[in-house]
Design a protein around this ligand. Structure first.
Ligand code: NAD
Length: 431
């Protein structure tokens, strides 16, 4: 099994560790996932045949609380990818100070090839397979790439059937009618928007004079593109898995979202009511969107998009990582040399897990909050942690990525200390 992605993710840990007083033991522990489960899920297809799908759930670390992390449905899902995503979740939850560890799950498939009924049987089958591994106090699921509220609803329902009690807090990102939180579906994009709006003024970069390109017009990228465009930023390019569109004078993001909702694809359109007309634009590839001459680049699709190969051609001044792991560690060095400011995934996209935490709290208390309260709490939390990360970066003259890992590692270290496990084997007095 290749573990190239996890090996690259660990390099961020190595870089930050020299600024943190953590024992060898603690660092060593954080290099490996605590538990990794691999399951085969048999699904009866609509044509009567049986297909076996490969699924995973990884609990990377639970020192600070139950595991927390999304479930991805994608053809490239592998154990290496799920372990890496669970690694990032561990540092993200610590960075925004949530009482959670890091986890992640996934199934290797192209969900576009399955009917809705097949998807439901697969999602319920996945929960059957991992039910003993998860729980509201053990490991909590959420949506990720190509999963959504409907799938989370099936998963929560299946878990409740197995446990013979309604258990909303085992899954977040559920439909509102099943205990979902207001603001969860837009939380990751909204959190990223708060971070961007708090950072750019530090560089005297104003919305009206800022051009933006967004790779990945999904649940997160589309919400963020619309918030930015409403705030006066000029979003000039967006893309999805099939490719992208570019218009120098800016795109009408609400129209593109409307078109995408109706046709499951993106087109450069301007819509008035139900009539959408094509506007002047250029068709670009997903590779081209990354090297456009824009102020802000937002990778919001998948990992490993900005690599050693294309980093020299990146022209943006700022990169806000909304996807998990879009930049490799080799690319990081090149971007740094070029003076490009990179704001890391574990900070920029932490809005999702933050509101997932709010949903879990609401499920357990039975008291549901209005949208305004959810967004206010999200803003306070993510901006405060951004400012702390910024201060660390300034004080130690390190990148925002290294500062974010230092901040998270300090919290993980405190938790390891509190549990008395940090130097367990080194402390001879207890032997
Ligand atoms: P999504 O499935 O809603 O959207 C993914 C988008 O990426 C789609 O528009 C898809 O067409 C596009 N895409 C797929 N392959 C692509 C490719 N090769 N090039 C360009 N675009 C491609 O997923 P999402 O929930 O929006 O997640 C996007 C990223 O954000 C992922 O990295 C995910 O891990 C991360 N993230 C999501 C959340 C969340 O709350 N959903 C939270 C934190 C981080």
């Amino acid at each position: 099994m290749s573990n190239a992605l996890l090996a690259d993710a660990r390099k961020r840990l190595e870089k930050a560790r020299k600024y943190v007083s953590l024992s060898e033991d603690a660092i060593e522990r954080l290099k490996y996932p605590k538990t990794s489960l691999s399951v085969s899920i048999p699904v009866r297809m609509d044509d009567g045949s049986l297909r076996i799908f490969q699924g995973y759930r990884v609990r990377y670390d639970d020192t600070r609380g139950p595991g927390k992390g999304g479930v991805r449905y994608h053809p490239n899902v592998s154990m290496d990818e799920v372990q890496s995503l669970a690694f990032w979740m561990t540092f993200k939850a610590a960075l925004v100070n949530l009482p959670f560890g890091g986890a992640k799950g996934g199934i290797t498939l192209d969900p576009k090839e399955l009917s809705r009924q097949e998807l439901e049987r697969l999602s319920r089958g996945y929960i059957e397979a991992i039910a003993d591994f998860i729980g509201p106090d053990i490991d909590i699921l959420a949506p990720d790439v190509y999963t959504n509220a409907m799938i989370m609803g099936w998963m929560m329902d299946q878990y409740s059937i197995i446990k013979r009690k309604i258990s909303p807090a085992v899954v977040t990102g559920k439909p509102l009618t099943m205990g979902g939180s207001k603001g969860r579906s837009s939380a990751t994009g909204t959190g990223a928007f708060y971070v961007i709006n708090a950072i750019l003024p530090k560089f005297e970069q104003l919305p009206e004079t800022t051009t933006v390109a967004v790779q990945g017009f999904g649940k997160v990228g589309a919400v963020l593109a619309e918030l930015l465009s409403k705030a006066g930023y000029k979003v000039v390019a967006v893309s999805d898995s099939k490719g992208g569109i570019y218009a120098e004078k800016g795109l009408d993001i609400p129209s593109i979202r409307q078109y995408k909702d109706e046709h499951r694809g993106i087109k450069a359109v301007y819509c008035k009511d139900s009539v959408c007309n094509i506007v002047e634009h250029q068709v670009i590839t997903n590779a081209e969107i990354l090297t456009l001459d824009v102020d802000v680049l937002i990778p919001a699709a998948l990992e490993n998009q900005i690599t050693e190969a294309n980093a020299p051609d990146v022209k943006a001044k700022f990169i806000f990582e909304v996807a998990n792991g879009p930049t490799t560690s080799d690319a990081d060095k090149i971007l740094e040399q070029k003076g490009i400011h990179v704001f890391p995934d574990i900070l920029v996209n932490a809005g999702g897990v933050t509101v997932s935490y709010f949903e879990w709290v609401q499920n357990r208390s039975g008291l549901y909050w209005p949208l305004q309260e959810v967004n206010q709490r999200l803003k306070e939390k993510i901006v405060a942690e951004m400012q702390e990360t910024w201060s660390i970066a300034q004080e130690l003259s390190v990148s925002m990525r290294t500062a974010a890992y230092i901040h998270a590692l300090n919290r993980l270290g405190e938790a390891l200390d509190a549990k008395g496990t940090r130097d367990y084997y080194a402390d001879e007095s207890i032997l």
